[in-house]
Design a protein around this ligand. Structure first.
Ligand code: A2P
Length: 280
């Protein structure tokens, strides 16, 4: 018997272990929710315990979920905390009829949650060749892996400057990214280096805000560079990560390629990497 449990089609193998009377498939462990924050009616973040043996690189994703009867119901989630953190942060949309998030949005402190054992992904510093500026382009919950990258000390060892963009439909949807960036100054590991070297560019598309429009349009028109007072993308110095919906990735990728940057991977590092924001 196999479990086909993931929105993204990942098949977990059938082996299971017995934990406190509940049958868990081997690829997951049971963790405890330690904190929850509801940002809007549609967005929330939560923190869970981290097993000591759980290793990952900042920017990676992992399967996460709840039991659904006797079966685990899992989805891919980017880890929003850095690799050094004692616990694990996640940032999620609430999908009204979504099989997992309709239940996950009601989790409480102390509840149990299933965590996959094998984090993976391409939004990692190792998949980029050396450069001076790191651009992180996100929409919606695509900001999650960049929260991890922004709190990772290696980011500031490898890059002089980090430019993080977040585009959402409405102003309130930007609260999470603004909070992540504002709190960098209090961070125990990057608090000294990050604030002076991170530029945050938040835009909305369906409500008035200081900066308005899709990031792709703002780059194409040059307004993005004017607003931040920075030079245009240059393949000699610039590296990038993209995380958002499939169309957003495609359009942003076109812009980066037109600027002379090429896509990399774990196996073949290059100038930029992409990943779909999973639960959308
Ligand atoms: P828009 O409101 O113009 O569709 P969603 O909530 O649908 O995932 O969208 C999140 C944000 O991403 C929205 O602000 C949306 O803008 C923007 N977006 C959607 N498609 C693209 C795209 N192809 N390129 C750039 N931004 C996009």
């Amino acid at each position: 018997m196999t479990y086909n449990v993931s929105e993204t089609g990942t098949i977990l193998d059938q082996e299971s272990t017995e934990t406190e009377g509940v049958k868990l498939p081997k690829p997951v462990s049971e963790q405890t929710v330690t904190n929850i924050h509801h940002w809007t009616d549609e967005l929330f973040s939560f923190r869970i315990t981290r097993p000591p043996e759980f290793r990952f690189r900042s920017g990676e994703f992992v399967m996460l979920g709840l039991m659904d009867g006797s079966k685990p119901l899992l989805r891919a989630y980017s880890i929003a905390s850095p690799s050094w953190d004692e616990e694990l942060d996640f940032y999620s949309i609430k999908v009204k009829d979504g099989p997992l998030t309709s239940r996950l949005q009601h989790i409480q402190k102390g509840d149990k949650i299933l965590l996959g054992r094998k984090p993976t992904g391409t939004l990692v510093l190792d998949a980029l060749i050396p450069g001076k500026r790191l651009f992180l382009f996100s929409t919606g919950t695509g900001m999650a892996p960049f929260a991890s990258i922004l709190k990772e000390p290696e980011t500031y060892e490898k890059f002089d400057e980090v430019i993080v963009t977040h585009t959402c439909r409405n102003v309130a949807d930007l609260d999470y990214s603004r909070s992540v960036v504002e709190n960098l100054s209090e961070d125990p590991l990057v608090g000294d280096v990050a604030p002076g070297r991170v530029k945050y560019y938040a835009t909305t598309t369906r409500e008035d805000f200081a900066y308005k429009g899709r990031i792709t349009h703002l780059i194409a028109s040059g307004k993005f560079y004017e607003d931040l007072e920075i030079p245009a993308l240059d393949p000699r110095t610039d590296r990038a990560m993209i995380c958002g919906s499939t169309p957003m990735i495609a359009d942003t990728k076109d812009i980066l390629e037109a600027a002379g940057l090429s896509e990399g991977s774990n196996a073949k590092p290059a100038e930029f990497v992409v990943e779909k924001a999973f639960v959308a």
